[in-house]
Write a protein of this length. Structure first.
Length: 169
């Protein structure tokens, strides 16, 4: 007897999730549950999807939990992670700093770079942040990274005269 008993509607839901889900983990769980419903052993399913047998049993228990809506049974739980500590302060300072040129602050570089911003934040605002924090704050402010291009200018047609050269062609 299969480990998972599926109704026709449950099977259709899992097949839809396996075909159309953008979450790879939810797709893998749906396929594993379908394999279990088709009579495969939990050990075979675990080996096929490269997880432990206990993980397969957890997926079955989660699918069998009637307290959860079916749409949430395949998804991962929300994991908010550590809240950003300094990104708000960095974004505030960068919002005021970026409209100005680095030369206005005593730097020789004509454009702001991430390492220059990190150094400026540490020196002037006592904010010790990483490059990643600065990049995330810039993205949050709507800035996009673009490498400055140096363009060669064309010679002035009268350059020879300016250099004291001949007047002929």
């Amino acid at each position: 007897m299969p480990l998972v008993q599926l109704t026709a509607r449950d099977r259709e839901t899992l097949e839809q999730a396996a075909r159309h889900s953008t979450d790879a983990r939810a797709t893998r769980r749906a396929l594993a549950l379908l394999d279990l419903a088709d009579g495969q052993a939990p050990g075979q399913v675990a080996a096929r999807y490269r997880v432990g047998r206990s993980t397969v049993y957890e997926w079955v228990a989660r699918w069998s939990d009637k307290q959860r809506p079916k749409a949430e049974r395949l998804r991962d739980a929300q994991r908010p992670g550590r809240p950003p500590e300094q990104r708000g302060a960095v974004a505030e300072v960068l919002g005021e700093l970026l409209p100005t040129a680095p030369t206005d602050h005593g730097y020789r570089h004509p454009a702001w770079t991430t390492p220059l911003l990190v150094a400026h934040l540490a020196r002037e605002h006592q904010l010790a942040v990483s490059d990643t924090t600065v990049r995330r704050a810039l993205r949050g402010l709507g800035y996009r990274w673009k490498r400055p291009r140096f363009v060669l200018s064309r010679r002035d047609p009268n350059w020879r005269q300016a250099k004291g050269g001949s007047r002929g062609a």
